[in-house]
Design a protein around this ligand. Structure first.
Ligand code: ADP
Ligand code: MG
Length: 140
């Protein structure tokens, strides 16, 4: 199994409600390492570019309004099979459908305000890490 890196975000709803600590606890207690971290209040161009793949979807505007309404905490996670493992910890996109104990079940309020983000594959992870951490290189 490969060591992977993935991009994780505590979205504005999770930051507003004071869930950064619980989310980081879930990361650290599940053998994922935080390799980079920054708090960013996304501008519209940053959010539009990050979610460009969704720009034709009906929910795009609502998603961008949400993601730009307050700061997010953005992290690079690393570990064995990190991409799938972080998505498993997050749970399904819709908190109502997310498994018991997942972060979206615990902290998500709706399909838009679902507390956390995770890259969905290696190509996406490379794009998303470069989007928020340009020039980022792990130190080994
Ligand atoms: P995921 O974050 O689970 O990878 P997507 O990539 O499909 O999900 O969607 C990106 C984000 O857009 C979701 O996390 C959620 O915040 C929002 N979103 C997705 N689907 C919907 C929807 N049907 N209605 C409203 N918002 C949505
Ligand atoms: Mg996605």
């Amino acid at each position: 199994m490969a060591i992977e890196r993935t991009l994780a975000i505590c979205k504005p709803d999770a930051v507003e409600r004071g869930h950064i600590g619980e989310i980081i606890r879930a990361i650290e207690s599940n053998q994922l390492k935080i390799r980079a971290m920054r708090m960013v209040h996304l501008t519209r161009p940053m959010a539009d570019g990050f979610y460009a793949v969704h720009r034709d979807r009906a929910f795009f505007r609502e998603l961008i309004d949400f993601m730009t309404r307050g700061p997010s905490v953005i992290m690079v996670l690393e570990g064995e099979n990190a991409i799938a493992r972080w998505r498993e910890l997050m749970g399904a996109t819709d908190p109502a459908k997310a498994a018991e104990g997942t972060l979206r079940k615990r902290f998500g309020a709706s399909i838009t305000e679902n507390a956390v983000h995770g890259s969905d594959g290696p190509e996406t992870a490379r794009f998303e890490i470069a989007w928020f951490f340009p020039g980022y290189e792990v130190g080994y």
